[in-house]
Design a protein around this ligand. Structure first.
Ligand SMILES: [Zn+2]
Length: 133
């Protein structure tokens, strides 16, 4: 991924993070998902007084893309205060659509903390092929 695209994706995640609804954790997360078509979907975490129904920024972005017919996920930038990594649930959702997904983790200043792929951060995942007959 070229540096310009990466910087742009991180910037979109920083902007999306401003819409996080996080009265409980006060830990806003922003995500920007790039599809192979070039379209970008953003997400922010949305908490709820009934904690388990909280949804992460990454899943908001992915579900927006998929719900609009875009399953060709290419890369996702995730921005937190301190470079926090996607949770296990989000990794599982990413694995469903692209094990080669590029995952860029940055802090709120836009500094890249880690650049990896989904299969590196979720080895041995259960995916569509696991259900093969
Ligand atoms: Zn998550």
């Amino acid at each position: 991924m070229d540096e310009n695209t990466k910087k742009q994706l991180i910037q979109e995640a920083i902007e999306a993070r401003r819409n996080a609804y996080v009265p409980y954790s006060t830990y806003p997360v922003g995500a920007a998902l790039l599809c192979k078509s070039g379209k970008v979907y953003t997400g922010a975490n949305i908490e709820n007084a009934a904690f388990p129904v909280t949804v992460c920024a990454e899943r908001v972005a992915i579900f927006k893309a998929v719900s609009e017919g875009n399953m060709d996920l290419d890369a996702i930038a995730v921005v937190t205060k301190n470079g926090g990594s996607p949770c296990g649930s989000c990794r599982q959702v990413m694995a469903e659509f692209n094990p080669e997904l590029i995952v860029i983790i940055a802090d709120e200043e836009g500094e890249v903390k880690q650049e990896t792929t989904l299969k590196e951060i979720l080895p041995g995942f259960f995916g569509p092929a696991s259900l093969a007959k």
